[in-house]
Unconditional design. Structure first.
Length: 212
């Protein structure tokens, strides 16, 4: 059985180099066909540990909600940023994600002196930083940010479900499930659908004039 990673190793390494306000940054919603991409930045107390905090994708919705409240209570500072669909369609999903991450850092009440970022890309901020592939499974700060981002986005999609019930955003959160794709065929796209995302078998209908 694989040994669980030391979720605090990146934070301790930065601490040994003199950094004391370390923010983990992650996003939720890069892949869906609808809705914004949401990013979170979380600064935890030095040496913080919690055995259940992990990559949000590995947690049930119920556990994410519970840990969201734990992180809200224990964190020194939390920032949330988002890029709306219009921004995603205008500048592409990667750039929109990095913009949301930058916003999340900038709205922190306690500004960090070091950033741990999930993925391969850095953020355009004059703050020392490290990008970590699969960081949400390796860093407790990034994992905490992944939970905040995921729960925050899911709550937004629940709100959009009330506005556009035909797409069942309450269930699919904007991801391209079969049910969601069939709803797009039936109703067309609503205002929170990403026009820049190709939907196989549906965009061909749009081009032919069969789906408006």
């Amino acid at each position: 059985m694989a040994k669980n990673p030391d979720m605090g190793s990146f934070e301790r390494s930065a601490g040994r180099r003199g950094y004391c306000a370390i923010a983990g940054i992650d996003e939720a919603g890069r892949g869906p066909l609808a809705g914004p991409v949401v990013a979170a930045a979380v600064v935890l107390p030095q040496g913080y540990e919690h055995p259940e905090i992990n990559d949000s994708k590995k947690l049930s919705a119920q556990k994410r909600e519970r840990l969201y409240e734990v992180i809200q209570k224990d964190a020194i500072s939390i920032g949330v940023g988002l890029s709306e669909v219009s921004v995603i369609d205008s500048i592409n999903i990667l750039r929109a994600t990095l913009l949301a991450m930058k916003e999340a850092v900038c709205v922190l009440s306690a500004q960090p002196d070091y950033l741990l970022i999930d993925g391969r890309n850095g953020i355009e901020l004059d703050i020392p930083q490290k990008a970590i592939v699969r960081g949400d499974s390796l860093s407790i700060s990034i994992a905490a940010a992944s939970i905040i981002a995921k729960v925050s986005r899911d709550r937004l999609m629940d709100m959009y479900h009330r506005q556009f019930p035909g797409y069942n955003f309450l269930h699919n959160k904007g991801y391209g499930t079969r049910e969601h794709r069939e709803a797009i065929v039936k109703y067309g796209r609503c205002k929170i659908h990403r026009r820049s995302f190709h939907v196989a078998g549906i965009d061909d209908l749009v081009v032919s004039g069969s789906l408006m």
